[in-house]
Design a protein around this ligand. Structure first.
Ligand code: C2E
Ligand code: MG
Ligand code: MG
Ligand code: MG
Length: 285
């Protein structure tokens, strides 16, 4: 019941652990209930070509409208959902709902880019992910070539290689694949060159202080160089300021996303945002 903490110290976790377990059970029960009661909602954040100011993509980001706690961000429940494998029904919900909703934006000529969807390693390892994707795309009539699946570096570096087949199958039906949060973990370069991927999303941490530290700028430059040599599209996330945008532009990073352009928005709000972009021909918050 004691956990090793640091070098020579042992920390007793007993009282806290009971509370942890209790909280977890409560979260599990609440989350199952939330799925049934449709408390989850998909938000959308635009991805932009900074040279042309075109909206090239929309990333689907899940939110939980909790009846008493309000809007909960994914970082607070995705890890638990993964542990409890509830990420499977949740991930399926996000996939299907976002295809339905973005298809209506395409039909109304408000959007003509791709839809980016985050996929958990748990979903990929489960076995029937490709079948689910095909089925959902068939039902929503969403064009497979307009789907981009984002998987994090940690999934890529996982020892079980079964996901390579999954990615290859997804690519064979036309979907694109991006590595999310790149640089946060540790990817081996040899490994990277053999992967069935199309895009590298440089982690927000590097963009955060790209204007202050030479280090972050250098790393961004290196990743950009690497991506281009490997024929992958470099992409920057977490762009919050004009300065950051301009630096990225000068480094030749064409595609970005961040609060500077728009925060993630509900379906109705993104629809209105896309309308105003169309009407004024400019990107605004
Ligand atoms: P992510 O996929 O790396 O998504 C980008 C996150 O950065 C989003 O947080 C977005 O709101 C935030 N972000 C974007 N631009 C800026 C910016 O300029 N400044 C700041 N401060 N933040 C910015 P969000 O929506 O809270 O999602 C967090 C993470 O949760 C996502 O990171 C993703 O890993 C995970 N996630 C979200 N939706 C899903 C989902 O449907 N399935 C799975 N498996 N994971 C999801
Ligand atoms: Mg993502
Ligand atoms: Mg990311
Ligand atoms: Mg992330």
């Amino acid at each position: 019941h004691a956990k090793r903490n640091g070098k020579n110290f042992y920390k007793t976790y007993e009282p806290n652990m009971t509370l942890e377990i209790f909280k977890r059970l409560e979260t599990e029960r609440e989350m199952m209930n939330a799925i049934n009661e449709e408390q989850f909602e998909v938000y959308y954040q635009p991805q932009v070509n900074i040279n042309t100011n075109e909206v090239v993509g929309l990333e689907a980001l899940i939110r939980w409208n909790h009846p008493t706690k309000g809007l909960i961000n994914p970082d607070d429940f995705i890890p638990i959902a993964e542990e409890l494998r509830l990420i499977i029904p949740l991930g399926e919900f996000v996939f299907h709902r976002s295809c339905q909703q973005v298809q209506t934006l395409i039909d109304e000529n408000l959007f003509n880019g791709y839809l980016s969807i985050n996929v958990s390693g748990v979903q990929i390892e489960r076995g029937n992910f490709v079948e689910f994707v095909k089925d959902s795309l068939g039902k929503t009539l969403f064009e497979p070539t307009k789907i981009e699946l984002e998987i994090t570096e940690s999934v890529i570096m996982n020892d079980t290689k079964s996901w390579i087949d999954v990615l290859n199958n997804l690519k064979s039906i036309g979907c694109k694949v991006a590595i999310d949060d790149f640089g946060k973990g540790y990817s081996s370069l040899t490994h990277l060159s053999n992967l069935p991927i199309d895009k590298i999303k440089i982690d927000k941490a590097f963009i955060d202080d790209i204007s202050e530290t030479q280090n972050s700028r250098l790393i961004t430059e290196i990743v950009m160089f690497l991506a281009k040599k490997m024929d992958l599209t470099p992409f920057a996330e977490g762009v919050e300021s004009e300065v950051q945008r301009d630096i990225l532009m000068s480094l030749g990073c064409e595609f970005v996303q961040g609060y500077f352009f728009s925060k993630p928005k509900s379906f109705n709000d993104i629809k209105n945002w896309l309308k105003s972009v169309r009407d004024t021909q400019c990107l605004e918050n």
